[in-house]
Design a protein around this ligand. Structure first.
Ligand code: ADP
Ligand code: MG
Length: 247
């Protein structure tokens, strides 16, 4: 079982859009995939039209095993399951803190599902907390969507420094450009320079696209309603790169 986490300190950079579409693509290839929505705002859960069980909460999530397994829901798509998010997940940090080895707790909990899934895709909330450190430690691939602007690139560098300082694993740290507007000179220049200089960036670039925005009203992965769009092709290319990296 491999774990990918979509992570960025910033919100609104395309984490959830990527988590849902990449998980969909992995499952469409027949990989048993669990999309794990750890953001209490529950956007991925909304897109997949799933509702969390009443007793679902932070405690069960970090306990692992049966307690965790019972919270998982099927999606409308073969091979794709979802661990829905709940507002209760805002307490995850406190729950983790109460435990020893609290940085590894989430990873250990997820590993109890290793027989059931080939891939876990985590949609992470935008901040740096103990939960984020757990997500970083659990991920084989820490995948950071970056908007091609100076400030977003700065955040990416801050993340790298943070991992270094906290002695968190950096081997799996990767990025890709998200919400790119090629007509903007600054976007194009930033993409060009970064892809030339930073080998941790995947070369697939997700364009700014009305088709991606429609995931909201459609409540579905992009491939369900517009598989021919440029953005859909870009997610497919990104998934191919990720797959080569992971397997
Ligand atoms: N490639 C894209 N093109 C256009 N809109 C996008 C794109 N990716 C995401 N969005 C939109 O931007 C908003 C934030 O995206 P989201 O994936 O939720 O970001 P995050 O999870 O990082 O907060 C959403 O309304 C989403 O529909
Ligand atoms: Mg999100």
């Amino acid at each position: 079982m491999k774990v990918i986490a979509l992570y960025n300190i910033k919100g609104g950079v395309g984490k959830t859009a990527a988590a849902v579409n990449l998980a969909y693509l992995a499952a469409a290839e027949g990989r048993r995939t669990l999309l794990c929505d750890l953001d209490p705002q529950a956007a991925a859960t909304f897109y997949l039209r799933v509702r969390a069980g009443k007793r679902h909460g932070a405690k069960r999530l970090i306990r692992g095993g049966k307690a965790l397994d019972r919270q998982i829901r099927e999606s409308d798509f073969p091979a794709l399951d979802l661990l829905p998010a709940k507002l209760g997940f805002r307490n995850l940090d406190l729950k983790l803190d109460a435990r020893k080895r609290s940085r590894k707790r989430l990873g250990e909990s997820l590993r109890t599902l290793a027989d059931a899934y080939d891939l876990v895709v985590i949609d992470a909330p935008p901040n740096i907390t103990l939960l984020s450190e757990n997500i970083i430690a659990a991920a084989d691939l820490l995948l950071c969507p970056v908007i091609p602007t100076t400030l977003s690139l700065r955040t990416w560098e801050q993340l790298d420094r943070f991992l270094r300082k906290e002695k968190l694993p950096r081997d799996g740290l990767r990025a890709f450009f998200s919400m790119a507007e090629r007509r903007k000179k600054l976007h194009s220049a930033t993409i060009h320079e970064t892809l030339d200089s930073d080998p941790r960036f995947f070369s697939s670039v997700i364009p700014m696209s009305a088709a991606v925005e429609r995931m909201g009203p459609e409540r579905a992965p992009l491939f369900v309603y517009d598989r021919r769009s440029a953005a859909a092709r870009a997610f497919q290319a990104l998934w191919t790169e990720i797959r080569h990296q992971l397997y």
